[in-house]
Design a protein around this ligand. Structure first.
Ligand SMILES: [Zn+2]
Length: 61
């Protein structure tokens, strides 16, 4: 059984999720990344990293 590395809530990974998939913990809302399958392994992703990845390019004035 996987547990959220942040809040320790039990989590289930979908069989279709592959290494590198980002998921959100349903309990603590932290962003987690699948880092291994069989056995399943997840790590918390730094908030700043996710913000950078999701940020839109600044529009030029
Ligand atoms: Zn959590």
């Amino acid at each position: 059984m996987l547990r959220c590395p942040v809040c320790k809530k039990k989590l289930m990974l979908s069989p279709t999720m592959r290494v590198g998939t980002l998921i959100g913990c349903v309990n603590c809302d932290n962003t987690l990344q699948v880092v291994g399958r069989a056995p399943d392994k997840i790590e918390a992703v730094a908030q700043s990293a996710t913000h950078n990845a999701d940020s839109k390019p600044e529009s030029y004035a």
